[in-house]
Design a protein around this ligand. Structure first.
Ligand SMILES: C[S@@+](CC[C@H](N)C(=O)[O-])C[C@H]1O[C@@H](n2cnc3c(N)ncnc32)[C@H](O)[C@@H]1O
Length: 276
């Protein structure tokens, strides 16, 4: 009988970094993770790193002029922003031209923000919120929102899981997760954002018919996401079970994706509708 944390978290099939894309092995890996007791699963999906921050990014995080673009503006630099007291994202747009009832899209892990900014520019009637833990990206995105006069995009510093846990049911029209950290080593799979446990948290906050859209350039993670999401009764694969979605025109290339393409990698999109 498996009883200790180490036994639960031991990788299925060793810890080779070369991904095994056999669907049955992936299915076994997912099933085993799902059986892991709750206390062993509570682990971050990110690694907060100290990285260089440009003057403009720092300015945007510290000067009140940028407060309209950062929902938890004034969070302590070097620490994760506090989000567990946020109960509503719609009210943040009350004083903007779109108002609080416009379609609301949450992007998890927007990196340096280029693709999120592009999407917000291309869909002025929709409201966007991006959450990140990477301060230079949060600051840069807020700075550019101000430069571009964007009123339909706001960002947050913090852990998306902590935010989603306290949002009301059926709050969001869409959640997007583009090029999440692939956590390539088997012993790190538990850090992947897409697990059934975390996706239940996402699903609760989506409206009925709300969309979850993900993309990755890591084949094992692409198949992993397909396996996790296709088995969740609350989601309907918009391209049919077992299928990826052709890359939609509205998704701009992200910085991470571009780097992958430069190394000859491809990418996979997945789109699911909440049916519950
Ligand atoms: C590989 S990067 C991709 C960034 C961007 N989407 C792109 O494609 O260029 C993944 C990002 O997700 C962020 N991230 C991971 N887990 C997160 C979480 N729980 N909440 C907020 N951001 C998270 C990381 O900080 C990182 O910047």
């Amino acid at each position: 009988m498996i009883e200790t944390k180490d036994q639960f978290l031991a990788p299925v099939g060793g810890d080779r970094q070369t991904p095994d894309t056999d669907r049955e092995v992936i299915s076994e890996q997912i099933a085993r993770l799902a059986k892991t007791p709750e206390q062993f699963r509570q682990i971050d999906t990110f690694m907060k790193r100290r990285t260089h921050m440009s003057q403009t990014s720092e300015l945007a995080l510290t000067d009140d002029m940028y407060a309209p673009y950062v929902i938890n503006h004034g969070f302590e630099l070097g620490k994760l922003g506090k989000v567990d007291d946020i109960r509503d994202l719609r009210t943040c747009f009350e004083q903007t031209p779109n108002g609080s009832q416009a379609p609301l899209i949450l992007e998890i892990g927007f990196g340096m923000g280029d693709s999120l900014i592009e999407m917000a520019k291309n869909a002025p009637n929709r409201n966007f919120v991006g959450i990140e833990v990477h301060e230079p990206g949060i600051g840069r995105t807020a700075y550019l929102c101000h430069e571009l006069g964007l009123t339909n995009l706001k960002v947050l510093s913090g852990d998306a899981i902590a935010l989603l846990t306290n949002l009301p049911d059926e709050h969001l029209d869409a959640v997007q997760l583009y090029f999440p950290d692939p956590w390539q080593k088997k012993r790190h799979y538990k850090r992947r954002f897409v697990t059934e446990h975390r996706m239940q948290i996402v699903a609760r906050t989506l409206k009925k018919d709300g969309i979850f859209h993900a993309a990755t350039d890591w084949e094992h993670y692409a198949l992993w996401m397909l396996e996790v999401l296709d088995h969740m009764a609350i989601f309907d694969n918009m391209s049919g079970k077992g299928n990826f979605t052709p890359r939609p025109d509205f998704r701009p290339q992200t910085k991470f994706e571009k780097r992958g393409f430069d190394y000859g990698r491809t990418s996979w999109d997945l789109m699911y509708r909440k049916i519950g």
